[in-house]
Write a protein that binds this ligand. Structure first.
Ligand SMILES: NC(=O)c1ccc[n+]([C@@H]2O[C@H](COP(=O)([O-])OP(=O)(O)OC[C@H]3O[C@@H](n4cnc5c(N)ncnc54)[C@H](OP(=O)(O)O)[C@@H]3O)[C@@H](O)[C@H]2O)c1
Length: 235
């Protein structure tokens, strides 16, 4: 059970895990700012907006567009004076197998999965309080030690998320930012457009696990890499 009347910003809430987290936090009575891209609000997100009109604010955000990040941050600052939790969930997995690699694949993964979250954190950092939780939705593919699925075409995606993980650790140790709690969380393999229908975990299940893991995070865990249940993943 989550404490109510706290505030969470969730990027990429139009579908998938972001939408599931949005729905769950609203169910527990949180104030939610959920982002969607310009012109793209799914029926499910619109439905939540009707059901929770006083607790949910929808804001446009394209994490690959610096101007969009600035507009989004200005809007969040108009609405709220602080943030309890920020979940950098928006992400892409643009796959390309060895032999077909190109610059665009690497740069587009990197831009959405690392540069975007970095600039979102910087733009919202004025709203962070002591113990604000900043969550980077990462992936098990980003564990250097485990190096899962090296034969799969996820190379550009995996390295972009490894960068996101290192960014998380650096923020946790930076004098300017370290009073907040920064954590990379892998959701595991989840049944979404990205994960595909064969994934063993439902969005509802993983949203519940991630929210409880976030709830239990302490400052001592800042800079850690966890699975959805809160177990440590080796770097
Ligand atoms: N599903 C899995 O098995 C799995 C496994 C490991 C990690 N993850 C991570 O979990 C997170 C959510 O994944 P998901 O499975 O829910 O993916 P998804 O179903 O493909 O949803 C991705 C969400 O991110 C948004 N998005 C993509 N690019 C964006 C951009 N440039 N600016 C703003 N929003 C953008 C999408 O918006 P639109 O609707 O407008 O396209 C969508 O709402 C991602 O970070 C992903 O890497 C997922």
């Amino acid at each position: 059970m989550l404490n109510s009347k706290q505030s969470v910003v969730i990027t990429g809430a139009n579908r998938g895990i972001g939408l599931g987290l949005c729905s769950l936090y609203l169910h527990y009575g949180w104030q939610v700012i959920a982002t969607h891209r310009q012109g793209a609000i799914s029926d499910a997100l619109q439905e939540l907006n009707k059901q929770y009109s006083s607790d949910l604010t929808l804001v446009e955000l394209d994490v690959c567009d610096e101007q969009s990040i600035q507009h989004f941050a200005a809007k969040v600052c108009e609405e709220w004076s602080h943030i309890s939790v920020l979940i950098n969930n928006a992400g892409v997995s643009i796959d390309s197998k060895f032999g077909e690699w190109n610059q665009a694949t690497f740069l587009n993964n990197f831009n959405a999965n690392m540069v975007g979250p970095a600039l979102v954190i910087q733009a919202l950092s004025g709203l962070f309080e002591h113990n604000t939780k900043v969550i980077q939705i990462s992936t098990g593919l980003a564990s250097l030690q485990e190096n899962i699925g090296a034969d799969e075409p996820f190379d550009a995606y995996a390295v972009s998320k490894i960068s996101l993980n290192l960014l998380t650790k650096r923020l946790a140790n930076k004098a300017q930012t370290k009073s907040a709690i920064y954590c990379a969380i892998s959701p595991g393999w989840v049944n979404t457009d990205m994960g595909g229908p064969e994934a063993p975990t439902s969005v509802a299940e993983v949203a519940q696990q991630i929210s409880l893991t976030i709830e239990s995070l302490t400052l001592e865990q800042s800079g850690s890499f966890l699975d959805s249940t809160g177990a440590t993943i080796p770097w």
